[in-house]
Write a protein that binds this ligand. Sequence first.
Ligand code: GLC
Length: 482
Amino acid sequence: MQLDNLVEIKNIEKQAWEALERSIIYYKGLPVGTVAAYDVSVEALNYDQCFIRDFISSALIFLMKGRTDIVRNFLEVTLKLQPKEYQLDAYKPGRGLMPASFKVVSANNQEYLEADFGEHAIARVTPVDCCLWWVILLRAYSVATKDFCLAYRPEFQQGIRLIMELCLATRFDMYPTILVPDGACMIDRRMGIYGHPLEIQVLFYAALRAAHEMLIPQGNEDIIAAIDNRLPLLCGHIRQHYWIDMHRLNAIYRFKGEEYGKTATNLFNIYADSVPYYHLDSWLPKKGGYLVGNVGPSQLDTRFFSLGNLMAIISDLATEEQSQAIMNLIEERWEDLVGDMPMKICFPALENEEYRIVTGCDPKNIPWSYHNSGSWPVLMWMFAAAAMKTNRTHLAQKAFATAQSRLWEDEWPEYYDGKTGRLIGKQARKYQTWTIAGFLLTKELINNPTHLPLISFEELPPELVSRACEFELNNFDSILFG
Ligand code: GLC
């Protein structure tokens, strides 16, 4: 690498750190989080708040750099915002939920925190992912500090427990996945992801794994038993029913519909005509595959969603073979999924009638923009982590090289538009914190893969794997070969 280049990179990094420092929020004199964006050129709306999901990227880079205090403070203050009482008021957040965001309010010389559980958010969306991210972050903190004392504190044990109770409660359907409304995660607008979206299921899986590591057995026997029961079922369900490659596409293509009773092979009654074969037939590489976006009654959403697929690799939810196949797909379809800015939030975009019906004519989610197949730099760190886990360091480096000087020149936009991400997002904020943190995190993960265990998981313990395999064997054969 040339010296000029090296100096420039160091400079970019320095400026990224300065911008990240500027985004820190203080509460009673202590750093407790980061704002979503520090863009003085536009009205802040709620971007001056600390979003739980956005803070994960900041938190991870802080942890890697030994700045554990801010993460600890964040975990402590957000835990206090979690509702602890069981109540039946429809307008109050459910017990155990974590807010989407919070802000520091000053009044009468006093400071207090105000949380938003979706009651202020556009379209009043529920942040289901935030409580899952919170558990994942608490475990990352414990791994990074090699100290589980915080997680073992009674109030933290209660916090984890309430989240587990909320997620593991029996509901109306009988799937191992969780049923959620539209816009319950990073995509917090109507995008046809209600039901059982991949992103939530993968975060649920990682949160179950994290909670399992942190819950003290004594007194939590019931929850731990419920987690032990759920993990292999969830894992088997995702690996089997969400997976798509040429082999599986062939099986689906010949599915019979309207099967009744226990011997049904097409369990969700997917109508073969609803699957876009002609797109997938040419798009799926021979050795590639991925986890689809959503599976439900007569529903197989074959859009590729990056966060879910990447986190499935990182959390070990995807098998080793599937993880390699997902990376093969990304490598082979680089133009579509990475292009000029890593990386697409989903692919392909909803267009024409589909866009109008599914998004409700959302002017922000027009085709190839924002959530509807825009490119989000924050996803680059997840791509880097997945690449490191699957020994594809060169892909992480390639993505990083594409992004680095552009992000700085463009002042760290929230997202990019267009088929290959060459346009700065139509309504993108500048100085978006998770873009900045994601850039720093990517670089750190590439240079120092020993940080990977903060966010990644190893294989399921053998006793649970054997149950997952049993489940897969019993079901896979019948699905594929009838
Ligand atoms: C947008 C994103 C959401 C993010 C928020 C703050 O609404 O869709 O995922 O948390 O901005 O950055």
